[in-house]
Ligand binder design. Structure first.
Ligand code: HAM
Length: 420
């Protein structure tokens, strides 16, 4: 017997309807906001990720699924989608008309992390990316769109936290300052963070070690080091968010785990998910397209973690659409008729179930009840000989004989009056 690989999971019927629900809502909202779907490959040349996410990030240092293909070229399963979208944007010259290019994509990502609740090795993201403008209006537009999405799917126990990481110049200055602060306290840091002080001091903020967190909580904050332009830019984003009615909190230690971010960064967190409390996250990445060899192109985007999002949906809400009709049959000609009738219902878009194993009528009725079918059509050989079937309303619990020729019309009109 085989089981799924550790950290990879099956999404079974019962849960999958929740995925369909959120995806359908998201697609509609993203498209209303002017985003088009883009489908990007599941693997890229490894360099696409190392150059964009950063050589000294946890993702690149220890979490990528990287292997040599049959010709010895290194490829990686995508640990995130933004780098791939930027690669596609450059490859297909999607910025040529100089308009803002707005994309969304949905699919699995792969990171070799230690699996636990809310953290998997294969997990799904919905990504939204807008490339081609540095106008802070787009930062607010996307954050407001995400806030609207959470509202639409009734998820309220969340908090938007935002910060600014400044431009590359601000970062150089801050990095030096932070590096000095941490070097003076190096003996209190874990071995990983001692190394990070030299390679990439900002990454010490991601450390889960309590002693490191105590030290970094006292570290200088990036907002105190950003230049006037970046500070004005951040002010604009915040004003726009306020005008759009988005509630948020400024979190001066929010640095994000990927190196490509500049200026606005944000996370959506919840207290309902334990340690893995970030449901969605993103920010501006004004240097990413250039770092991947493209023209100087600013960008802003975010990703929603689908497993985490879905676990926030109410447990008792049933997303599975019950069948409208169950066709129960007793006798061999009746069974043949049941197949024909099911097909006729199904091809006109009426969700229909039937019995496949010649079970007793009692057992078929129990099954129809369990499936929550709205109507049951009972076909017996005797009634069939007279061209009639029984139509049972499972809600009203009443039943009557109906002419077989009229059964489809009858169910349709009764279904209509139920939904009126
Ligand atoms: P990220 O913060 O690495 O950002 O991931 C975004 C979201 O994906 C997280 O907030 C979380 O909900 C989910 N996630 C990440 N890792 C896992 C995991 N191992 N298991 C389950 N869920 C996970 C990015 O990936 C950026 N590319 C987001 C972005 C788009 N920035 C700009 N555009």
């Amino acid at each position: 017997m085989f089981n799924a690989i550790k950290g990879f999971r099956d999404v079974l019927p019962g849960e999958v309807e929740k995925w369909q629900f959120v995806e359908t809502k998201a697609r509609k909202i993203f498209e209303d906001f002017g985003f088009s779907e883009i489908k990007i490959p599941i693997a890229e040349k490894t360099e696409v990720f190392t150059r964009s996410i950063g050589e000294t990030t946890d993702i690149v240092e220890k979490e990528m699924y990287t292997f040599a293909d049959r010709k010895g070229e290194f490829i990686s399963l995508r640990p995130e989608a933004t780098a791939s979208v930027a690669r596609a944007y450059i490859e297909h010259r999607l910025g040529e008309n100089k308009r803002v290019a707005k994309f969304y994509c949905v699919g699995p990502m792969f990171r070799y992390e230690r699996p636990q609740r809310g953290r998997y090795r294969q997990f799904y993201q919905m990504n939204v990316e807008a490339l081609g403008t540095s106008d802070p209006v787009i930062d607010a537009e996307l954050i407001a769109m995400l806030s609207h999405f959470f509202c639409e799917i009734n998820i309220t126990e969340i908090e938007f936290q935002i910060n600014s990481l400044g431009c590359l110049d601000c970062r150089v200055r801050y990095r030096e300052e932070l590096g000095r602060f941490l070097a003076d306290r190096s003996s209190g840091l874990c071995l990983d963070c001692q190394r990070r002080v030299q390679t990439n001091p900002l990454r010490t903020f991601d450390c889960k070690n309590v002693l490191c967190q105590e030290i970094t909580s006292l570290a200088p904050k990036i907002l105190e080091y950003i230049c006037q332009m970046c500070s004005d830019n951040f002010e604009h984003v915040r004003n726009n968010l306020e005008e759009l009615g988005v509630q948020y909190k400024t979190n001066p230690v929010l640095v994000r785990g990927l190196d490509y971010y500049t200026k606005t960064t944000f996370e959506v967190i919840t207290e309902r998910l334990g340690a893995q409390n970030t449901v969605a996250a993103g920010g501006r990445y004004d240097g990413l397209v250039k770092d991947l060899g493209g023209p100087n192109t600013p960008g802003f985007g975010f990703a929603i973690g689908l497993e985490r999002l879905i676990s926030l949906l109410p447990e008792d809400q049933n997303f599975l659409k019950p069948p409208n009709v169950f066709i129960a049959s007793v006798g061999s000609s009746a069974r043949a008729k049941a197949l024909q009738l099911s097909n006729r219902f199904r091809v006109i878009g009426v969700k229909t179930e039937m019995d496949y194993d010649g079970k007793s009528l009692k057992s078929q009725m129990r099954w129809a009840n369990k499936l929550n079918a709205r109507f049951v059509v009972i076909i017996g050989d005797d009634e069939l000989a007279l061209g009639r079937v029984i139509l049972r309303d499972m809600e009203g619990k009443e039943q009557e004989e109906v002419d077989l020729k009229r059964i489809i019309e009858e169910v349709k009109s009764r279904s209509q009056s139920c939904s009126d």
